[in-house]
Design a protein around this ligand. Structure first.
Ligand code: NAP
Ligand code: G4F
Length: 324
């Protein structure tokens, strides 16, 4: 039986990846950091199916112990401080988790078993002030946030350990991917949740930042399959994972409000508080290499994604309203 260790299993992607690997008959271990309260909402349905190991990306020995005690064939490093605005207010912590955490995990692999295959969750935020459009594996990076800078470090340390120590270590450069399990502070989920609250009479308006910003949004359930495919190849190499379509925040809001029968213009207010010190204005990925080598392609379209997220928030908030 194949064994996989996932850091960040309590996050959006970790939960979908665990679902996916269990469907492939893996034994799944998930690293969870110690907290005084339980934050396992996204993996509640996996209780008894995955094994939780306590460790922290900030702590080298806890990672070595986690790898030693589980002896996985594959490690997926999904843990990070992943919210871009927080990377300005907690810049050094973001660097510790999102950048140096990667080195700690790679060192744990070298220490325990250098045959373990390693996936690093890199990000389209690394392209930042884009140097060409669409972005490919060869596009130079120009990060625009402490988060983006930390991810560039994570990317290159992965490439460097592959080249220095011959590790099977790959970097997946994933463009934004969303789902009903997305954190509420990210713009897509903020919009789906906000539109539903307004439709149900639970809120009166939705305050957003830059509506002109463009993102290449896909569905997280599709993207975790690409992570797994990268670790099944003969040779370790890096891939861009994207839909090849880009939409503005405004378009996302329009589609979400439309789905609950409302005109977004009446309820969305622009609030400068949500503007960023430096913005990534447009991201658009070219997934041609993934299509060719991994035979991967996204299944869920932009409109299907918006509807899926709105429908899930509607079901959740209607239940909550009924309980009041
Ligand atoms: P997420 O929902 O924010 O999940 C982040 C996970 O990291 C959580 O499980 C969190 O645990 C864990 N974590 C944070 N700090 C940790 C630490 N010090 N030690 C151990 N665990 C820690 O993020 P996501 O959307 O699933 O994204 C997964 C990964 O892909 C991240 O690395 C993100 O930067 C990257 N990425 C995401 C996207 C996207 O669009 N979603 C695109 C490109 C790259 P707690 O539950 O304890 O907070
Ligand atoms: O949803 P966002 O916060 O995602 P962002 O910054 O693109 O980062 C996400 O995707 C990255 C991949 O490219 C990941 F690496 C990262 O971990 C994370 O998952 O913001 C998207 C856009 C931004 O341009 C932002 O300025 O939406 C704009 N926006 C407009 N109003 C807003 C809001 N973003 C948020 N969070 N909240 C707003 O009210």
């Amino acid at each position: 039986m194949k064994k996989a260790l996932i850091t960040g299993i309590t996050g959006q992607d970790g939960s979908y990846l665990a679902d996916f690997l269990l469907s492939k008959k893996y034994k799944v271990y998930g690293i969870v950091r110690r907290s005084s309260t339980e934050k396992v909402e996204r993996i509640e349905h996996l209780r008894g199916k995955v094994t939780i190991v306590q460790a922290d990306l900030l702590d080298q020995f806890s990672l070595i112990d986690a790898v030693k005690s589980t002896r996985p064939h594959e490690i997926y490093n999904l843990a990070a401080q992943s919210f871009v605005p927080t990377s300005w207010t907690q810049a050094t912590l973001t660097g510790e988790f999102t950048a140096l955490g990667v080195t700690k995990l790679l060192e744990a692999i070298r220490h325990v078993d250098d045959k373990i295959r390693f996936y690093q969750a890199s990000s389209s935020e690394m392209f930042g002030l884009v140097q060409e459009t669409p972005q490919t594996e060869k596009t130079p990076f120009y990060p625009r946030s402490p988060y983006g800078v930390a991810k560039v470090y994570g990317h290159f340390i992965t490439v460097n350990y592959r080249e220095s120590y011959d590790l099977f270590a790959v970097s997946g450069i994933l463009f934004n991917h969303e789902s009903p399990r997305r954190g509420l502070e990210f713009v897509t989920r903020k919009i789906s949740d906000g539109a539903v609250r307004i439709a149900l009479g639970l809120a009166k308006e939705l305050r957003l930042g830059n509506l002109n910003s463009k993102r290449d949004w896909g569905y997280a359930g599709d993207y975790v399959e690409a992570m797994w495919l990268m670790l099944q190849q003969k040779r370790p190499q890096d891939f861009v994972i994207a839909t090849g379509e880009t939409h503005t925040v405004r378009e996302f809001a329009e589609a979400a409000f439309d789905h609950v029968g409302l005109n977004w213009k009446k309820f969305v207010k622009v609030d400068k508080k949500f503007y960023r010190p430096a913005e990534v204005n447009v991201l658009l990925g070219n997934p041609a290499k993934a299509k060719k080598v991994l035979r991967w392609k996204p299944r869920v379209s932009f409109n299907e994604l918006v509807r899926m997220m709105v429908d899930a928030d509607l079901a959740r908030l209607e239940k909550k309203k009924a309980r009041r």
